[in-house]
Design a protein around this ligand. Structure first.
Ligand code: SF4
Length: 290
């Protein structure tokens, strides 16, 4: 395959065929993110993308059931281009059941309900969207490119189009100063959206991320394992949603997963058990090669 590395994909896409539709991220300003800082953003041509799909066909035959289109925010492509790619993927792989990609609110704002419905009809099943926080002050500080109002508006549009929505929350992104505000506002936004999936990540300093310098200088203070767990606990407590809640990532101090509201009490109990453990039992603050 013709990849321009590094390639990132959510753990839930581990079994998906990866076809790069864009290289890098068209925003690339989030202070916590170091994923695409060394790449210059560009959109690949529909022809190149189709060629990659055909190359994959030579490798995998008819076995492909799921495709994820990296890199960041491939949703920025024109609706007509995405439709053409999705239809071609379906023609190429008769067993294809799922097409997904990353989509930030900053770029989803340019997709109307009609556009999203067309993408759904062409085969788009799920979007992975970074909420990170529901607290506007934090969204501004981390330069997410969207406020909570736009986060809610775009998320509801995705859901109304019948596309599954996976929202990512960043535990600890408010640091010690804004932990409570971050948690309360994030729960509030998620309650308004009621996504299909809520996926937790915990912010881990990575050298490529601009926020890393603030971490080194002490301007940004990381949460301790117990503080991160208490933040997760408060978030869970406040959630009034009907969805799958997952912490399916090594950045988290503990894996808490289940269906909400059904498993809320058992997940809270698991966090309480973890809070009994000494902080030295949890992962180190920095994870090499994250
Ligand atoms: S978090 Fe997403 S939108 Fe922000 S810079 Fe990274 S890839 Fe781009």
């Amino acid at each position: 395959m013709r990849y321009e590395e590094p390639i990132y994909r959510p753990p839930s896409e581990a079994d998906s065929l990866l076809i790069q539709a864009t290289i890098g991220c068209p925003h690339n300003k989030c202070t916590f993110c170091g994923m695409y800082k060394d790449k210059t953003f560009r959109i690949r041509s529909v022809q190149e993308i189709k060629e990659d799909i055909l190359l994959a066909k030579q490798f995998y035959g008819d076995t492909v059931e799921s495709i994820f289109f990296p890199d960041g925010n491939s949703i920025i492509m024109k609706t007509t281009q995405l439709e053409e790619i999705f239809r071609f993927a379906h023609q190429t792989f008769p067993g294809l059941r799922r097409i997904t990609m990353y989509a930030s609110a900053k770029f989803l704002r340019f997709k109307s309900l009609e556009d999203l419905k067309r993408l759904k009809t062409a085969g788009l099943n799920r979007l992975h969207k970074g909420l990170e926080s529901g607290y506007d002050e934090i969204l501004k500080r981390i330069q997410k490119g969207a406020d909570s109002k736009l986060m809610i508006e775009t998320a509801l549009r995705v859901k109304n189009a019948g596309i599954e929505l996976s929202e990512y929350v960043l535990i600890g992104i408010g640091g010690k100063d804004f932990s409570r505000e971050h948690t309360m506002a994030t729960a509030d936004v998620l309650n308004k959206i009621d996504p299909d999936f809520i996926r937790l990540r915990t912010w881990v300093p990575v050298p490529n991320a601009p926020l890393y310098q603030d971490y080194l200088s002490g301007k940004f203070q990381l949460l301790s394992p117990h503080e991160a767990l208490r933040e997760t606990r408060l978030l869970l407590e406040r959630l009034e949603v009907s969805c799958l809640f997952l912490s399916d990532h090594i950045s988290n101090f503990v894996n808490i997963s289940g269906h909400l509201p059904r498993d809320k009490e058992s997940m809270l109990s698991k966090i309480d058990e973890m809070l009994e453990l000494s902080e030295s039992r949890f992962r180190p603050a920095i994870i090499e090669n994250l």
